[in-house]
Design a protein around this ligand. Sequence first.
Ligand code: ADP
Ligand code: MG
Length: 312
Amino acid sequence: QKMTEEHRDGEKKLVLVEGELLGEGAFSRVCRVAEESTGRVFALKRMAKSAALQCPEHVFCEQHITRNIAHPFCLRQYASFKDKCHLYMLFDLMPGGDLMDVLVAEAKVIKYPVADKNSLRKGCLAPKMKMWQGMEEPMSKFYVASIVLALEYLHENGIAFRDLKPENVLIDGQGYAKLGDFGFAKQVEAGGRTYTFCGTPGYVAPENVMGRGYNHSVDWWTLGVLMYVLLTARQPFTSPKTQDPMEVMRRIVDDRWPIKYPPYMSDEARDLISKLLERKPVKRIGMLQGRARDIKAHPWFVGFDWDALAAR
Ligand code: ADP
Ligand code: MG
């Protein structure tokens, strides 16, 4: 299938040859495309106008923000155009897929030694309990660190990302992570607040659920959820019996709902997650003085070469 589209910036016509489907989100399809004249490959995101009309504000923000940001860990948009029924955005192709693909490939069921009465009587721990484990910590540290740098950059530019989750982190040809899908990203002025409830049920921050206004603090919460998901291949807030998103969100806002950490997780990882999943935004790590600096200086990142990552 061949499609011809006019480049937004003017004279040049783009002729794109459509290839395989790369992924689908709630509102859009993303396909691999090649520019006919140069053979250069891109990812083309297509959204039905009817879907875009349900939230024109979000579409405008995605357009505006992805065109104006420039950071090694944020996906950039090259062009956008429309036809009768669809809006299109052209991005760098990220051949490594998204972070959920990486997690699925890494996740495994492990047998963990647990103390029970019988085994303790015999004086040993029985390797009994089966549980899920996600990525090894060094690997997840690399991805989490890249996301910290991307969020730090966005926040410095007054942008809240608002929909962080593994599906929205894309992997480039060299294995580096980039934030993609700025569909919910929004400019929030310093000291300002925004009110729209948005995000993904298991990931939304309590202040987002409560509806009394929030700012970029929601991104540090969702980073905590993402880090938990990468390490455990489980979400920290679920409703296994009812699968009810409302129940999940009730647990997110409920101070008494405990977060369960699996025994294989290091103390440092547990501590950082618990500081990101702090229900009061003002007390959350990343929101205190020094902002992202406090996260970078957390013991989980001891020995991590931030400068090398930032200089890539
Ligand atoms: P939505 O706003 O509908 O969630 P996304 O922008 O998140 O759409 O894209 C949906 C999926 O398509 C992603 O989760 C990812 O798997 C895939 N995808 C998106 N952009 C790219 C890209 N540049 N390169 C490769 N795959 C991509
Ligand atoms: Mg998405």
